[in-house]
Design a protein. Structure first.
Length: 343
């Protein structure tokens, strides 16, 4: 096995990860699309960005596994289990897998017309899916305030590699660190996965407020109260507040919930500006993960018996035609708020 670094997924974030790692190593970038592979290998460009000649695009999962010990997985949550089933025959306990997916896996297909009580046994973190579908043991999570567009043009930021294994953290830091990309390490993997998925829902809500031109004060309140909801659900799922208050928690939330380069914030912005959800979905190249996550969280919170006013209200706006103005009035008058109750 060579020690080239692999990236599975040629979307915006997979391409950004490949570009970061290309500062330090040769990169194999897997894509299902022949046109993408030809573009990268012949023009050294993709998605409008110039890429390092160190990046080689391939369409073979077997070659990716045989050539690379460390592989970053940048695949949407809705497709993650299907991808792992296809990839698993080529993987072994020797591999390090670090996923960058900000979402959850469930035993149900997304159906906004169906209200579910999603039991804990029906709900899986992305790291759970890797364990369930493959023989890989050494697993990590990459999370942080990492907008792909900013990474691709060399703007500085930081991220965190979360894992139970020091060697995975060390490998991830070595692979991605550069003069404009700082990488930290942490063992709070469960909290990181939960925070990384939940912040996308809050970003949609913040975008809605921006689209309605309601000002920064109420956006700040939504982000703060959304973090309280995030921590409450995280504790129910076995996490501590610690991961939510760091770079991959609060840092990622602020970034995703305030930038037009965030797919989730832009989704909410378009919705708040008057566009319908079908219109937004039709014109969007990559799905905003928060749209799917809002549905999952609503079903999960019912099963767990927990009240999440911010998440529930955003869910109703997205799936139940709840008027945005009514949603805002409801949240302004919501009873029994405690400012901070998790420390």
């Amino acid at each position: 096995m060579k020690y080239s670094i692999g990236v599975l997924g040629s979307g915006s974030f997979g391409t950004a990860i490949a570009s970061l790692a290309a500062h330090n190593s040769d990169i194999l970038l897997y894509s299902r699309h022949t046109s993408v592979i030809e573009e990268i290998n012949t023009t050294h460009s993709h998605l409008g960005y110039k890429l390092s000649p160190n990046i080689k695009a391939i369409d073979s999962l077997e070659e990716l596994a045989q050539s690379c010990k460390l592989i970053f997985l940048a695949v949407p949550s809705a497709n993650f289990r299907e991808m792992m089933k296809a990839f698993a025959p080529y993987l072994s306990p020797e591999h390090f897998l670090i996923h960058c997916t900000k979402g959850f896996d469930t035993n149900f297909e997304l159906d906004g017309n169906t209200e579910l009580n999603i039991n804990r046994s029906d709900f899986h973190l992305i790291s759970d899916v890797i364990k369930q579908e493959s023989s890989v043991i050494r697993i990590g999570v990459l999370s942080g305030p990492n907008l792909a567009k900013e990474i691709m043009v060399g703007k500085p930021t930081a991220s965190v590699i979360f894992s139970d294994f020091d060697e995975v953290i060390s490998a991830g830091i070595k692979a991605l660190s550069s003069e404009y990309f700082a990488v930290f390490g942490s063992y709070e993997m469960v909290g990181a996965e939960i925070a990384g998925a939940l912040k996308n829902v809050i970003a949609i809500g913040a975008g809605i407020l921006k689209g309605k031109e309601l000002g920064k004060n109420i956006e700040a309140v939504l982000i703060n109260r959304g973090m309280v909801d995030m921590i409450a659900l995280g504790q129910k799922l076995g996490s501590t507040p610690k991961a939510f208050l760091g770079t991959a928690g609060m840092g990622d939330l602020i970034c995703t919930a305030t930038s037009k380069d965030s797919r989730n914030y832009k989704f909410g912005l378009l919705l708040g500006s008057g566009k319908s959800i079908p219109e937004i979905l039709d014109e969007t190249d990559e799905l905003a993960e928060g749209y799917r996550t809002a549905w999952i969280v609503e079903g999960l919170s019912k099963s767990l018996g927990i009240t999440l006013p911010i998440f529930s209200t955003i869910y109703k706006v997205l799936y139940k035609d709840y008027p945005i103005d009514s949603a805002i009035k409801f949240l302004m008058k919501f009873p029994n708020y405690t400012d901070v109750d998790f420390i």
